[in-house]
Design a protein around this ligand. Structure first.
Ligand code: BEZ
Length: 236
């Protein structure tokens, strides 16, 4: 197919077509794990916020949802609101986002509160110009040109992106997994260990593999639970 297209045009025509497509293609950025979380200022349901200020001294879970007044989003936002004490206990602030106006956000938060008694106290960004959604790769045009996908960014107190999840519009996220990964990251940082498959708080953790022969000899004489020299676990 490609050969047919190329052979049908001379070089000049080919490059003018290529330039047309390049000029008309929007490039969206997407932070990666380990990157500094891109900073921004935004209008939110608790007032104007600068992300780097909000992030100072605490973990932040920045998450997007497709739209206000939609069923899956209502269950998810309620799930985050219901875990207020958990996130506070783990020094973690929440920040939601959708491509809606501040008035839509306020009306939706109020409606959910009146109907169910659940109050979304965390800030929700009104990202009508899509600037934050584009900055964080939350707008994925193959899924929707106008609504953010369900993204989750776990950002540490140093402002580094530590974990990313992306879900499509029609699938709600798993709150237990969000909580599990937050605890796993914090436990890993505090103890310089790694977490095995399906790790849950209280389970044994993986001790880094030895990097010298002396460390290997020490490990052989240790009382770690050892599958092999490079795979050893301990209780915290
Ligand atoms: C929802 O939250 O229910 C939803 C939003 C956008 C597309 C599909 C579902």
């Amino acid at each position: 197919m490609t050969n047919i297209i190329y052979s049908d045009f001379n070089n000049k025509e080919f490059y003018s077509i290529k330039n047309y497509f390049m000029e008309n293609t929007t490039t969206y950025t997407m932070p990666r794990i380990g990157d500094k979380a891109p900073d921004f200022s935004a209008v939110t349901t608790i007032g104007n916020l600068k992300f780097s200020e909000y992030n100072k001294g605490s973990w932040v879970i920045l998450f997007s949802h497709p739209a206000d007044f939609t069923p899956v989003c209502t269950t998810e936002m309620s799930g985050f609101a219901n875990e207020k004490d958990f996130f506070a206990k783990h020094n973690t602030k929440l920040m939601g986002l959708s491509i809606d106006s501040i008035h839509a956000h306020i009306a939706w938060v109020n409606a959910v509160n009146e109907k169910t008694g659940v109050l979304f106290e965390f800030p929700i960004i009104a990202d009508l110009d899509m600037s934050v959604a584009k900055l964080y790769g939350m707008l994925q045009p193959g899924e929707s040109e106008t609504a953010a996908v369900r993204a989750v960014f776990i950002i540490d107190p140093e402002g580094k992106v530590r974990l990313i999840m992306y879900y499509p519009l029609n699938i709600g996220r798993n709150m237990e997994e969000i909580k599990r990964t937050l605890i796993a990251l914090q436990t890993s940082d505090e103890n310089k260990v790694a977490m095995p498959l399906n790790w849950q708080p209280g389970d044994k953790v993986i001790v880094p593999a030895p990097k010298t022969l002396e460390a290997l000899a020490e490990r052989k004489n240790s009382n770690l639970e050892m599958v092999d020299w490079y795979l050893a676990k301990k209780s915290l």
